[in-house]
Write a protein that binds this ligand. Structure first.
Ligand SMILES: Cc1ncc(COP(=O)(O)O)c(C=O)c1O
Length: 379
């Protein structure tokens, strides 16, 4: 049987990983500035995380959500502490799309409304409602098309005000990434997020903070949205949450009351996934990774801003993007093939940096050195 060929692949087979590095089958070492697509939060194969999964595996890997699973509550408690949102409630699922799907569905249940506001260049996942709220018609199947999603220009407060004036009583939720990832590292302004908060309050809609990519400490705060000094009603999370072990979740504000059967999943919150996720937040706390992401991110961004061929360096913490000028348009390819550095991209010409939050200053310097050499080789 063949694989269903949906991914354009680099011709590389990774067989080993540790910290900020991965190795291919020939033994070549690569610096991972991509974090396996913003997934690696505490570093590849972190020994504490490996040991937590191993220990849990020998006890029990899975039992259904029909019984008490204490490690779910321990995880909820810990995420509450690290995120500073102790009074929120946690619902566990398996991926980012599923987290957003549940967030949107919950908003509709709670408000009894159907309309969702999303923004240009958004990416919220590939399941039905999440993909409908994603601004990319090429991945929306006919069956996912709906009139219930209203796309507005990102960071445009007036159009948001106008839309709420027009049909505020029909709007269930506004969903927004604090920093758009797939859209090319576009940072939501604090005043835009504050407007979302106040308009949602005024019109009885819910504010959904898609934190799948920009959350979990990546920007130096637990949620990128925290920079605006307002709370969302629902935060969706995945990627960095398990450091590569598949797990997602939503944090739900205290004013939203649960009801039996409202949400559910077979695998969400299983013992093994919770052990992985608990290890991640424990390591974040022990190693002070949020502070580290903030300071290392500033250091990296300052250095990138001084490189003339890189334009519009932007982002926060360890979620950084820049535009690549036409004269060095092959930079990403050269970085990977000749200088053994993985980076991310956003079409048409953006390089995205999403390394492990545990990356060291020395590793950043190695990256900057290889980046300069790669640029020189293209001029
Ligand atoms: C902001 C955002 N939301 C949702 C998703 C979907 O997550 P998943 O691929 O785990 O379904 C992604 C994935 O890239 C994302 O970047």
């Amino acid at each position: 049987m063949k694989l269903f060929d949906v991914y354009p692949l680099n011709n590389i087979t990774i067989t080993k990983a540790a910290g900020s590095y991965v190795w291919d089958e020939k033994g070549n070492e690569y610096l991972d500035m991509y974090g396996g697509h913003a997934v690696i939060s505490i570093g590849h194969t972190h020994p504490y995380w490996v040991s937590a999964i191993e220990t849990q595996l020998h006890k029990i890997a899975f039992y259904s959500n029909s019984v008490i699973i204490p490690i779910q509550s321990r995880l909820a408690e810990k995420i509450g502490v690290v995120s500073g949102k102790q009074d929120f409630q946690l619902f566990l699922c398996n991926s980012g799309a599923e987290a957003n799907e549940n967030a949107l569905k919950l908003a509709s249940f709670v408000t009894g409304r159907k309309k969702i506001i999303a923004f240009t260049k958004s990416f919220h996942g590939r399941t039905s409602l999440a993909v409908a709220a994603t601004d990319n018609p090429s991945i929306i199947a006919p069956v996912n098309e709906t009139d219930n999603i209203i796309f507005l220009p990102f960071n445009d407060e007036q159009s948001l005000i106008d839309q709420f004036e027009k049909e505020g009583d029909a709007i269930a939720a506004v969903i927004i990434e604090g920093i758009q990832g797939v859209g090319g590292i576009r940072v939501a302004t604090n005043s835009f997020l504050q407007s979302i908060r106040s308009l949602c309050d005024k019109h009885g809609a819910l504010y959904i903070a898609d934190s799948v990519q920009c959350g979990y400490g990546r920007t130096g705060q637990f949620f990128a949205h925290d920079a605006a000094g307002v709370d969302a009603d629902i935060y969706s999370m995945a990627k960095g949450m398990g450091n590569g072990f598949p797990i997602g979740g939503i944090l739900i504000a205290p004013h939203i009351a649960p009801k039996y059967g409202m949400l559910g999943t077979t695998f969400g919150g299983n013992h093994l996934a919770c052990a992985a996720a608990l290890a991640v937040v424990e390591v974040m706390e022990q190693e002070n990774l949020l502070a580290s992401a903030a300071s290392h991110g500033t250091y990296l961004m300052d250095a990138l801003s001084k490189i003339p061929q890189l334009q519009n360096v932007r982002g926060r913490g360890l979620m950084i993007g820049f535009d690549v000028a036409d004269e060095i348009k092959d930079l990403k390819k050269v970085l990977l093939q000749e200088f053994k550095v993985f980076t991310g991209e956003a079409k048409p010409n953006v390089i995205r940096l999403l390394p492990s939050l545990a990356i060291t200053k020395e590793e950043i310097d190695i990256f900057l050195d290889r980046l300069q050499k790669a640029i020189q080789s293209l001029l």
